[in-house]
Design a protein around this ligand. Structure first.
Ligand code: ATR
Length: 497
C-alpha cells in the first residue's frame, strides 16, 4: 500500500491532495499538526470527506512534527479527533497507558482510549522515530511496539549501507510480526521506501510532490507508483539498481523502469546510495539483486568482488555494469560500446582517423580505449597534463594542454567533450572557447544536462554533426538493459531523461 501523507493547512486542501493523487494511493495519513488551529478542531470530519482509509496523526516536534502543545493537551486533542471515522490512530511509543485515560463531559468514569479504539476496530499504530540513526536494538524495539497486537512503526535514519542492511533484515528476523511499518529516512533510506515490501513493511509513505516534505527522503506518489511500481512488486520481482555516491541525480531509473514495464518484465530498478561497496554486495546477496549499474565513485571499487570481467573492463580499469551469472558477479563496461554506437557507421566506413578528446577523467578512459581499439589516432587535451599522461601512454595517444586547443581547429575528424565544464548549474561554461570548428568534424558531448551545452551549440552553428550526451546515455543504458534482461530495449518508448 502507498500512503499519501497530507500536509495541507486546511482540510479542503488535504482533500484536493487526495483527489490529485487518488489513482496512485491506497490510504492517507492526516497530519493534524500541519493544519491551522481552526481546522484542527474540525479534523474529525475528514474521513467523511474522502473515500480512502485515513490514519490520524498529531505529531510532536521531537518526532519531526509541528505540534507544540503540552503533552496532556495534545493527547486530549487526539482523543477528541479520533471520534471521527478513522481507520488507524498513530500513538507514539513512549506515551504511557495512564496518559491515555480520558473523562467524557458529564461523567466521572475514565475511558481507556486504547480499548475504545480496539472496540471500534480502529487499529493503533505504535510509532518510534529516530532522525539521527538506526538504533542498535532495532528488532527488540519493533517486537516491543507490536507486543499488544498493534501495528509497530519505526521511522529511523540509516547513515550507511550497513544500517540499510539492518532494515532489510527486519523481515527475516521478525517474520512472525505481520503488521509492521518500516521506514528508512534520509538519502540512504530511499531504497527501503521503494522496496518497502522487502523490509516486511505494510506500507510506504509518499508525498504529493508539490507539498513540503513531511519526512526526509520521501518520494512523491506518482514516482513511487508509476516509475517504481512499488505497490505492485512481489516475491518474484527481479531487483536491479544503480550504486553511487551521490546517486539521487541519476537518470538511469527513468530508462530501465519504463523499459521493464513496456516488455512486461517483472523487475524494478532502484537507486542505492552506497558508501561501502563491500556492504552493498552483502545486501545484493541478501535480497537477491540480479544486476546493477555502477557510477562515480565505485567504477573501480567493485572490481575485487567480480568473478569475471570483460577485456574492456580490464583495459579501462572501470566497470559500469554488474550482472549475476551462475552465482558469480560479472563486470562489463557499456560506456565503451554505448559511446561507439552513435558513430558506428563512420567507424565502419573508415571516415574517422583522428580524434581530439577533451578531458582525462573517469569518463574519458572508456572513450579513449574505445577509439584506440578502433584504430583512431587520439589526442587528449586536459587542464592538467599529468592526469592525462597515464591513459595516453597506455593507449599510445598524444597529450596536450587545454590552452593549446586552438591548434586542433579543423585538424581532426572527431571531437569528444568529456569534462564537466558547461554542466547544469554552470551552463555558461565552455572548456575550449578558442577551439574553432570547420563544420566537417563530428562533435560529441557527454554532458546531458543541459541537453545542448554552449560547446555543442557552437559546433552546431558551425555546421558540424553533433551527438548529444543523451545519445550516449541512452545507448549505454540500452546495452545494460540487454545485459540485465536478455531482451532488446523496447524501441517504441522514449524515456523522459
Ligand atoms: P568523470 O569521471 O565524470 O570524467 P572526473 O574524473 O572528475 O569526472 O574528470 C573530470 C574531467 O574534467 C577532468 O579531465 C578534469 O580536468 P583535470 O584532470 O585537470 O582535473 C576536467 N575538468 C573539470 N573541471 C574543469 C575545469 N573547470 N576546467 C577544465 N577542465 C576541467
Amino acid at each position: 500500500m502507498l500512503c499519501l501523507t497530507l500536509t495541507g493547512s486546511t482540510l479542503e486542501e488535504d482533500r484536493s491532495l487526495v483527489i490529485r493523487n487518488r489513482k496512485w494511493i491506497s490510504l492517507v495519513e492526516l497530519r493534524v499538526d500541519f493544519l491551522l488551529p481552526e481546522e484542527q478542531r474540525k479534523a474529525s470530519l475528514f474521513p467523511s470527506m474522502v473515500d480512502l482509509p485515513v490514519i490520524l496523526t498529531l505529531r510532536r516536534v521531537c518526532d519531526g512534527g509541528r505540534c507544540t502543545m503540552g503533552e496532556k493537551q495534545r493527547l486530549q486533542m487526539l482523543y477528541d479527533i479520533a471520534k471521527g471515522d478513522f481507520s488507524y490512530v498513530d500513538i507514539e511509543e513512549d506515551v504511557k497507558k495512564a496518559e491515555l485515560k480520558f473523562k467524557e463531559a458529564g461523567t466521572e468514569t475514565k475511558i481507556d482510549f486504547e480499548n475504545l479504539l480496539r472496540m471500534r476496530n480502529i487499529r493503533i499504530i505504535r510509532s518510534y522515530h529516530d532522525f539521527e540513526k538506526v538504533p542498535a536494538d532495532i528488532y527488540g524495539h519493533i517486537s516491543k511496539l507490536a507486543a499488544k497486537g498493534d501495528i509497530a512503526k519505526i521511522a529511523v535514519t540509516p547513515k550507511s549501507m550497513i544500517d540499510v542492511i539492518s532494515l532489510f533484515k527486519v523481515q527475516q528476523e521478525l517474520k512472525s510480526i505481520k503488521d509492521k511499518i518500516i521506514i528508512g529516512m534520509g538519502d540512504f533510506g530511499v531504497c527501503t521506501r521503494i522496496l518497502y515490501k522487502k523490509c516486511g513493511s505494510l506500507l510506504s509513505f509518499c508525498t504529493d510532490g508539490t507539498q513540503q516534505l513531511p519526512a526526509p527522503g520521501q518520494l512523491c506518489a506518482q514516482v513511487m507508483s508509476e516509475l517504481y511500481r512499488s505497490d505492485k512488486l512481489d516475491e518474484h520481482t527481479h531487483i536491479y539498481g544503480i550504486i553511487g555516491n551521490p546517486v539521487h541525480h541519476t537518470s538511469s531509473p527513468l530508462i530501465h523502469n519504463p523499459g521493464f514495464e513496456a516488455i512486461h518484465y517483472n523487475a524494478v530498478y532502484v537507486p542505492f546510495l552506497v558508501d561501502s561497496v563491500r556492504a552493498f554486495f552483502k545486501l545484493a546477496e541478501m535480497i537477491q539483486i540480479h544486476g546493477f549499474s555502477v557510477t562515480v565513485p565505485h567504477k573501480r571499487n567493485v572490481q575485487p568482488y567480480l568473478g569475471r570481467i570483460t577485456r574492456e573492463v580490464k583495459q579501462i580499469g572501470a566497470c559500469n555494469t554488474v550482472t549475476r551469472i551462475q552465482n558469480m558477479w560479472k563486470g562489463t563496461n557499456t560506456d565503451y560500446y554505448g559511446f561507439l554506437a552513435p558513430i558506428a557507421n563512420q567507424l565502419a566506413q573508415g571516415t574517422i582517423h583522428t580524434a581530439l578528446v577533451i578531458g582525462a577523467g573517469g569518463a574519458s578512459r572508456a572513450i579513449i580505449w574505445a577509439l584506440h581499439n578502433r584504430g583512431v589516432k587520439v589526442t587528449v587535451i586536459n587542464r592538467s597534463l599529468e592526469h592525462a599522461q597515464s591513459i595516453a601512454s597506455e593507449t599510445m595517444s598524444t597529450v596536450d594542454s587545454l590552452e593549446n586547443c586552438s591548434h586542433y581547429s579543423g585538424k581532426v575528424d572527431l571531437i569528444v567533450q568529456t569534462t564537466s565544464v558547461g554542466m547544469t548549474p554552470n551552463e555558461e561554461g565552455d572548456p575550449v572557447p578558442a577551439l574553432r570548428f570547420s563544420g566537417k568534424e563530428i562533435v560529441y558531448e557527454l554532458i546531458y544536462h543541459p541537453r545542448e551545452t554552449v560547446f555543442l551549440k557552437r559546433a552546431k552553428s558551425a555546421g558540424c554533426r553533433v551527438i548529444e550526451g543523451r545519445d550516449m546515455l541512452m545507448e549505454q543504458g540500452k546495452l545494460q538493459f540487454e545485459a540485465f534482461t536478455g531482451y532488446h530495449y523496447p524501441h517504441w518508448i522514449n524515456p523522459k531523461i
